[in-house]
Design a protein around this ligand. Sequence first.
Ligand SMILES: Nc1ncnc2c1ncn2[C@@H]1O[C@H](COP(=O)(O)OP(=O)(O)OP(=O)(O)O)[C@@H](O)[C@H]1O
Ligand SMILES: [Mg+2]
Length: 291
Amino acid sequence: MTPDLMDEGARRIQAKLAPAALGQTESGGRAAGFSRIATPGEVDITHGRILYLEDVNVSFDGFKAINNLSLDIAPGELRCIIGPNGAGKTTMMDIITGKTRPDSGTVYFGSTIDLLRHNEPEIASLGIGRKFQKPTVFEQLSVFENLELALKTHKGVKSSMFFRLDSAQSDRLAEILHTIHLADSVARMAGNLSHGQKQWLEIGMLLMQDPKLLLLDEPVAGMTDEETARTAELFLTLKGKHSLMVVEHDMSFIRTISEIVTVLCDGAVLAQGTLDQVQADERVIEVYLGR
Ligand SMILES: Nc1ncnc2c1ncn2[C@@H]1O[C@H](COP(=O)(O)OP(=O)(O)OP(=O)(O)O)[C@@H](O)[C@H]1O
Ligand SMILES: [Mg+2]
């Protein structure tokens, strides 16, 4: 796909957004984009998008789970995705992360990396981290060991015998412990943490790999109100440094963290805007109340 096509596609998607929501996704300028030489391993965001999906389709046994889905996300943005059960939210994340191959469509990371040419581990190492709903921490290891292991795995360290964190890595681990509110629990066994703390630890493990884009599927499901509030704070601190795509059914959580909310339904974008805008949209009311 050429940059022109991409710009045109993004314009079409963004034309549907409220003007107030547009500022952050404005392109950095075509001239600058064309003169820039892409550095291997770096995500090219000169076109103002870190993630770009256009006309993506997936069918499972004839059922269209994703139906001409087009969507883009700006660098540093915290995008919320809502939609009824079966709307295709998880399937969309499966496509971005290489778990599911679409039948057709375009999926780009920045303007130069075609994600459909990469497999799941490659996509993770390109800088897309994914958090599934169920926490998957190593219960028998301490909080510290879990974070250290996440770094080793990312760096492809085969044997842990001689692996020592360098000072930058130690600083990073300490900073992340603080960010995920587990600085007082470094030596605790992960299995003894609360459900919310396990979720934070898993987010910390993703952060150790310094992802550019984080995909979070129902991160506050099963959390207490207090844990949910702390998770909202956490996401607001991550925004800007990382781009985030957050799928949630908890509307009060969405209200706390959201800027632009995208409503998915039947595998496509039904509405997009602020939470108030989409909640006032007749079509959105229909799909939530009509089922
Ligand atoms: N591997 C699969 N094989 C067959 N059908 C699937 C597969 N994965 C998803 N689907 C179907 O695709 C549709 C979209 O599912 P998906 O899990 O993406 O929805 P969702 O928006 O994440 O819903 P929820 O809010 O309940 O998590 C559903 O009808 C689901 O049954
Ligand atoms: Mg889901």
